[in-house]
Ligand binder design. Structure first.
Ligand SMILES: *[C@@H]1O[C@H](CO)[C@@H](O)[C@H](O)[C@H]1NC(C)=O
Ligand SMILES: *[C@@H]1O[C@H](CO)[C@@H](O)[C@H](O)[C@H]1NC(C)=O
Ligand SMILES: *[C@@H]1O[C@H](CO)[C@@H](O)[C@H](O)[C@H]1NC(C)=O
Ligand SMILES: *[C@@H]1O[C@H](CO)[C@@H](O)[C@H](O)[C@H]1NC(C)=O
Ligand SMILES: *[C@@H]1O[C@H](CO)[C@@H](O)[C@H](O)[C@H]1NC(C)=O
Ligand SMILES: *[C@@H]1O[C@H](CO)[C@@H](O)[C@H](O)[C@H]1NC(C)=O
Ligand SMILES: *[C@@H]1O[C@H](CO)[C@@H](O)[C@H](O)[C@H]1NC(C)=O
Ligand SMILES: *[C@@H]1O[C@H](CO)[C@@H](O)[C@H](O)[C@H]1NC(C)=O
Ligand SMILES: *[C@@H]1O[C@H](CO)[C@@H](O)[C@H](O)[C@H]1NC(C)=O
Ligand SMILES: *[C@@H]1O[C@H](CO)[C@@H](O)[C@H](O)[C@H]1NC(C)=O
Ligand SMILES: *[C@@H]1O[C@H](CO)[C@@H](O)[C@H](O)[C@H]1NC(C)=O
Ligand SMILES: CC(=O)N[C@H]1CO[C@H](CO)[C@@H](O)[C@@H]1O
Length: 651
């Protein structure tokens, strides 16, 4: 995350905002009707405003992180069983010569701890991360057309237990789960599915989308609604921050419901019948704890997670969890006293997605120029009056861990819990929830869309392993508290050895790591296959052609161009999935898998000399030309031209 580039984009943004809002309304049909249904549901008692509800007779409380929650344990029994047929189907297709998938899994499934346990994590990096992540997700999803053909890897999603999103990666996962676990392909086909402004990034979050679910929406109405909902929360006595506006704005693009679904809650995912029956992996959102003014580094940040059942942290600082449905309640010493009410509705889906991506809050502040319409300037000024200009990236929560774990909890005496973007400690891929040993994950697909490579060159905004290095450092420090992470080299080695231009496995060779049940990490870094998807983290508008080009490139990243670069790659994905399980059950590793490990494992050597990353398209012949392609979804051409022209002028 490179804050030093904000000024340039700020100016570009405020201009584009001013220009776009002065343009005529688009031709978006008033008749857009919601067709995708929701998995998260509108369960908040009073829209965006958290409010009092009767406490259940078994009053909510904070629990120690010494085990998984009972809800997660019973959910896992169903989910792990359901992953068995999904793995048979997937591994059967991946063609692992000399390995009898059905008989191995039949025997392993007699003992859950022998089975592979898969997690997927999508990094942050704004819209680039959301869209590259979406391409990877489509490749993992057996519902995507052609994803079960040879050369593809569809079915990894169906076989996975956990799916983690951080910042832009959480926009992806949050959006999929709040829209009934729909597929990326269905959202891309929104033209025929009538899903309003869902993933329609032609107009930026600064001016708002053309429609609010079912009605046309003007920028003025958009801001009015953002104000009304956030003021409702503030009037009810809650501290609000820019994150509230940011999360409400995001929801218009990510939640397919009127006004971005102000009453959709994260905890409602737990009540969805398909999720509850273990038919989908568990979604987890990641944020960091940070006091105002503080700096975070990987070895001293407290990593928080939000899952449908609970929010909290496994770190020794907090080491506790609160029920997600009742965050917002004034817990004290882990209890809700008789004179306190239970609060519901604080866990708004947009607020959780906004918290995980709070670094972007500041985009809302960009609307300040003499050319911006007066109402926008007034709106922004009053946001600033409300909350003060400092600490723009903070998200304000009621501290559930008040007088909890007093000896190690730095915020034990504060009623306020301030959370920030999960990538602010350098760990831009959310891995802490899935390296937690109590979860027994043994294979992690880590999709990295970070912007690490030095800015100002044509090769900027690609990942270079920085995030894995941060997670490794953390695993070597006191805060690790029993979590395990495989060794990774320095970033120069990543670049010099090309570990960021093709998928790479970490944790293959070290027997100490294997014995300690360190997960195997499949690192899948964004790289140019058919489109240069290294767009800036702060590019806020994408026409449909470019959006789809980034998604398609992401699909090719995950599949190595559907096996074009290595026809053995899908088999090697299968080998990685079973690797730890074979070790645990003392099963001989098939020859083909030994070849795969040779090919895809980091071999433990380093080359730390100065490195320059300078990738070129891997599938030049398949290059996607966004300029000549027709733009779908009734795109008003004048608008894409104006907005991209304005942004170009500042690059
Ligand atoms: C959600 O999706 C599932 C399976 O894809 C489907 O059976 C169910 O009817 C959908 N729910 C709603 C509310 O649309
Ligand atoms: C999961 O599968 C095991 C072994 O087949 C079985 O004993 C258990 O009852 C199943 N659990 C659930 C929740 O279906
Ligand atoms: C995807 O995988 C699930 C779980 O194995 C299976 O039930 C479903 O039929 C598969 N769908 C397709 C389109 O292959
Ligand atoms: C289950 O498998 C694990 C690891 O493979 C092994 O340690 C354990 O003893 C097995 N339990 C039973 C009941 O077989
Ligand atoms: C699926 O594959 C066929 C044959 O290769 C191709 O014509 C078609 O365009 C593909 N569909 C998608 C959605 O990529
Ligand atoms: C709001 O924040 C202030 C600190 O700025 C804190 O003292 C107060 O307790 C917070 N109020 C609530 C309701 O969290
Ligand atoms: C983490 O380390 C940074 C840099 O040393 C320091 O500024 C910050 O206060 C530390 N934070 C905590 C929570 O210890
Ligand atoms: C907008 O710019 C003016 C002049 O530069 C400044 O005084 C004002 O505080 C700014 N407002 C915001 C919301 O940043
Ligand atoms: C890798 O990324 C970091 C920032 O995350 C940057 O400082 C460094 O220069 C990059 N190195 C290479 C070789 O790309
Ligand atoms: C790989 O398959 C996907 C899905 O069918 C398709 O969109 C993409 O263009 C294919 N990539 C190549 C390089 O053919
Ligand atoms: C879509 O966006 C791309 C990238 O900014 C641009 O090159 C292309 O011309 C745009 N297409 C249209 C039709 O506006
Ligand atoms: C392995 C483990 O859980 N270690 C410690 C993590 O931190 C908590 C709280 O400080 C300890 O109680 C655990 O023993």
């Amino acid at each position: 995350m490179k804050l030093d580039f904000y000024p340039v984009y700020f100016s570009a943004l405020l201009l584009s905002a001013a220009q776009a809002s002065a343009l005529p309304p688009s031709d978006h049909a008033v008749s857009d009707i919601l067709s995708l249904r929701e998995r998260a549901t509108p369960q908040a008692p009073d829209g965006y405003t958290p409010s009092k509800v009767d406490c259940p007779s078994d009053r909510p409380s904070i629990r120690s992180a010494s085990s998984l929650s009972s809800q997660e344990q019973s959910w896992l029994e169903k989910r792990r069983n359901n992953t068995v047929p999904a793995m048979k189907d997937l591994l059967g297709r991946l063609n692992i010569e000399g390995f009898d998938v059905d008989s191995y899994l039949d025997s392993a499934s007699q003992n859950i701890s022998a089975l592979p346990n898969i997690a997927i994590s999508f990094s942050g990096g704004g819209w680039r991360a959301m869209l590259n992540g979406a391409g990877n997700l489509a490749a993992f999803d057996n519902r995507t057309s052609n994803s079960t053909s040879s050369g593809h890897i569809g079915g990894v999603l169906q076989a996975a237990t956990y799916i983690v999103g951080l910042s832009g990666g959480n926009w992806l996962t949050g959006s999929i789960y709040t829209n009934n676990f729909t597929s990326v392909e269905d959202i891309m086909n929104c033209d025929s599915n009538n899903c309003g402004s869902l993933w329609d990034f032609r107009k930026s979050i600064v001016v708002g989308p053309d429609t609010s679910g079912i009605q046309l929406l003007s920028t003025a109405d958009y801001y009015t609604e953002l104000f009304d909902s956030v003021h409702g929360k503030a009037d009810a006595g809650y501290n609000t921050s820019l994150t509230d506006y940011w999360g409400r704005g995001l929801s218009y693009y990510l939640v397919n419901a009127s006004n971005g679904g102000p009453s959709f809650t994260w905890s409602s995912i737990a009540d969805d019948p398909d999720f509850a029956n273990g038919l989908a992996p568990m979604p987890i959102s990641v944020s960091d704890g940070r006091d105002p003014g503080e700096t975070l580094i990987p070895v001293n940040s407290t990593n928080f997670e939000f899952n449908p059942f609970e929010m909290g942290s496994w770190d020794p600082t907090i080491f506790g969890f609160a029920p997600t449905k009742y965050v917002g309640t004034r817990f004290s010493g882990g209890q809700v006293f008789q004179n306190e009410s239970c609060i519901a509705g604080f866990d708004n889906v947009g607020f959780i997605m906004g918290t995980s991506s709070s670094l972007f809050n500041q985009l809302i502040l960009n609307v300040n120029s003499t050319t911006a319409p007066q109402f926008l300037k007034t709106a922004i000024s009053s946001i600033l009056e409300d909350i003060g200009a400092d600490e723009n990236d903070i998200s304000d929560w009621i501290n559930p861990f008040y007088f909890w774990n007093n000896a190690s909890n730095p915020g034990a005496t504060s009623r306020r819990l301030t959370l920030v973007d999960g990538g602010e400690d350098g760990q831009n891929i959310g891995l802490s929830p899935i390296v937690e040993p109590r979860r027994n994950v043994d294979i992690i697909f880590a999709v990295d869309s970070s912007a690490d490579t030095p800015a100002g060159t044509i090769s900027q905004n690609w990942p270079n392993g920085t995030s894995l290095v941060a997670s490794y450092e953390r695993s070597q420090s006191d805060i690790a508290n029993g979590t395990r992470f495989p060794a990774v080299p320095d970033v120069n080695t990543f670049v010099n050895q090309g570990l960021n231009t093709r998928p790479t496995f970490f944790g293959c060779n070290d027997s100490a790591e294997i014995n300690a049940r360190t997960p195997l990490v499949i690192y899948i870094a964004n790289a140019p296959y058919v489109y240069n998807s290294n767009v800036s983290t702060f590019d806020l508008t994408y026409n449909t052609t470019e959006r789809n080009a980034i998604i398609t490139n992401g699909y090719d990243v995950a599949t190595m161009g559907n096996g074009t670069l290595d026809s053995q790659w899908p088999t090697c994905v299968g080998c990685a999935i079973i690797a730890r399980s074979l070790e645990r059950t003392g099963t001989t590793v098939p020859d083909v898998c030994q070849q795969c490990m040779k090919k895809y494992c980091w071999d433990g050597t380093t080359n730390s000399s100065d490195a320059v990353y300078n990738p070129s398209l891997k599938l030049q012949n398949e290059q996607i030309d966004v300029k000549s392609a027709a733009v779908g979804r009734h795109a008003p051409v004048w608008m894409a031209l104006v907005v991209s022209g304005v942004i170009m002028a500042f690059m």
